[in-house]
Design a protein around this ligand. Structure first.
Ligand code: NAD
Ligand code: MLT
Length: 543
């Protein structure tokens, strides 16, 4: 069997490389420093890659890539990856969120202490041959107020360490409730603006988003407590660097410690050399422990993804562990087949889809099932590969509205998936379920209840529910050498004589002559062939 090819595109700890060396299912290559065309070409040679923050996976570098299936970021921030472009191509992006939490929290505290005790300039002065004790009067942390913006993994650890130093800690995070804050022993505020005039130290631990960009900027300077010290170990740009310079010059800000910069690498900044400033070159996670942990965790993510289909810590798709995958496999298959069926049965431009999950399956991760349905609906219409990672995005990009509802109440089946598709004035609907362990079945189509196989070549015909139809259809197909493997009929209501539907599972594609003969039967209104995968055929992403 061909080996999975992994690209190691930024340096990672040897412990991670050892794991790749030890697994015969993988081969790998270390290619650090790829850019531009070399990067684009390089990415087409790997099934999966592991990176840190060095390489930039842009939309251009992924363009036309048909091979890459997984990108793992050994670390937290995925801002060096164009996730939208990756998602569009069906590439899963995973990270190792917790491996460097403690190291980064410690770095924030280290910077806070370095600022308070002028560690860097005092040592520099010694190196310059001076014994200067007057210029470096410090400030102790105990009894000071620390503001923490972003109480996620790192922010919490920083807050706890601040408390351990005897500081009063004020926190803001949109997902932090007052109750949770009290439990942590920190004071809760409703806005960042509310904390700025109160804090002696401010540290940020959020991602860089439209909301957090320039969270402290020129307009905030008058609101800062005079003598404040600001620390950023999260992402460059959360503080406006120009405002930091202005605040330091005006004496409003006493100290600035940055580990991250608006532009990286950053070797030249007006901040460098200013009194009260200490900076490090993005070293928050640079400890032996953190690097070993993120490399090992990252390689495990790749190994498990390629060997078992497990998706953990994905930032662009729902998680999918092997147990969930196994439990959902048969319904993912049903949802995918319903998508394929309805795209053909509807036959026109789709504007709206609604998925309804009933029974036991409604309690599962229905988002994945919806993605599988979207993949089926789109895959025969699009040039690009469609899978459960990119399907929903591709669907929404086409302006198609997508909704789902769930009811844990069982209908006639312990679980069922119903999909309704509309557009161009036509609405079609189908429900599917699983019989036994893994037999996908169509249990309703539009207003008709039935019980048909959801695989292979289907011929669907609507007709008047009059005697003799089934015999005449059988005779017509027999004459044209088309074998019917299974037939299912359904009525709209309970009474005979109304409109009805028939679904034939055929062993081969019917000839035009066979179809014409069938259409010539008076009571038959409409016929349509539908092509579904064979019973045991699964899409690549479900195998
Ligand atoms: P996390 O996801 O656990 O926490 C982020 C927190 O920010 C969340 O609780 C979220 O609710 C909060 N948040 C989001 N928007 C906010 C807003 N507008 N205002 C206030 N809070 C907001 O992430 P983490 O692991 O704690 O990492 C935090 C940051 O540190 C990330 O940007 C990450 O990339 C960075 N990081 C840097 C280094 C380094 O080497 N310097 C190392 C690791 C992580
Ligand atoms: C991260 O997001 O994990 C950090 O930027 C650390 C890093 O990878 O250097």
């Amino acid at each position: 069997m061909a080996k999975f090819r992994i690209g190691v595109l930024d340096p990672i700890a040897a412990e991670g490389i050892d794991l790749l060396n030890a697994d015969s299912a993988f081969e790998f290559e270390e290619r650090v420093g790829l850019k531009g065309d070399d990067l684009r070409k390089g990415l087409t040679e790997f099934d999966g890659i592991i990176i840190r923050s060095g390489v930039k996976i842009t939309a251009a570098s992924l363009e036309g890539n048909k091979r890459l299936k997984a990108i793992v970021r050994a670390g937290v921030g995925t801002d060096n990856i164009d996730k939208e472009a990756a998602t569009r191509l069906g590439i899963v992006v995973m990270n190792t969120p917790a491996g460097n939490t403690l190291s980064t929290a410690e770095h924030a505290i280290a910077l806070m202490l370095a600022l308070s005790r002028s560690i860097a300039p005092a040592y520099q002065s010694l190196c310059n041959g001076k014994w200067d004790r007057k210029s470096y009067m410090g400030s102790q942390l105990a009894d000071k107020t620390l503001g923490v913006v972003g109480l996620g993994r790192i922010g919490r650890e920083v807050a706890l360490r601040g408390l351990a130093f005897g500081m009063r800690v004020i926190a803001y995070d949109p997902f932090l409730t007052e109750e949770q804050a009290t439990k942590l022993g920190v004071e809760w505020v409703e806005t960042v603006a509310e904390m700025l005039p109160k804090v002696d130290y401010l540290t940020v631990h959020t991602p860089l988003t439209a909301e957090t960009k320039h969270l402290v900027g020129m307009k905030d300077l008058p609101n800062l407590k005079p003598g404040i010290r600001l620390i950023n170990c999260a992402r460059g740009g959360i503080y406006d660097e120009a405002a930091l310079v202005a605040g330091l010059k005006a004496g409003q800000i006493a100290g600035v410690a940055l580990d991250v910069f608006e532009e990286e690498p950053c070797t030249d900044s007006p901040l460098f050399g200013m009194p009260g400033v200490v900076c490090t070159p993005h070293l928050g996670a640079s400890t032996e422990e953190a690097q070993t942990q993120v490399a090992v965790e990252g390689i495990h993510l790749l190994i498990n993804f390629f060997k078992t289909g497990e998706i953990r810590h994905a930032v662009n798709v729902s998680a999918l562990d092997p147990k969930t995958l196994e439990a959902l496999r048969s319904y993912l298959n049903v949802a995918h087949r319903l998508g394929l069926l309805l795209s053909q049965w509807h036959g026109g431009a789709v504007a709206k889809c609604h998925l309804t999950y009933r029974g036991e399956v409604a309690g599962r991760d229905t988002k994945l099932l919806t993605n599988a349905f979207c993949a089926g609906l789109l895959e025969r219409h699009l040039e690009e590969d469609v899978n459960i990672i990119n399907a929903e995005m591709l669907l929404r990009e086409r302006g198609i509205e997508l909704n789902e509802s769930r009811s844990q109440e069982m209908g006639a089946f312990s679980s069922s998936v119903t999909a309704e598709v509309s557009g161009g004035g036509r609405t079609v609907k189908a429900s599917g379920t699983v019989f036994g362990h893994n037999m996908p079945r169509l249990v309703s189509l539009d207003q008709y209840r039935l019980e048909a196989y959801l695989d292979g070549k289907l011929l669907i015909f609507t007709h008047q529910d009059v005697p003799g139809i089934i015999g005449r259809v059988g005779t017509a197909f027999g004459k044209h050498q088309v074998n019917i493997a299974q037939m299912s009929v359904g009525r709209a209501g309970d009474k005979p004589g109304g409109s009805a539907i028939g679904v034939l599972n055929l062993d081969s594609q019917p000839t035009q002559a066979a179809l014409d003969e069938m259409l010539s039967i008076d009571a038959v209104d409409k016929i349509q062939t539908i092509d579904l995968p064979a019973a045991d055929e699964l899409p690549v992403w479900l195998r």
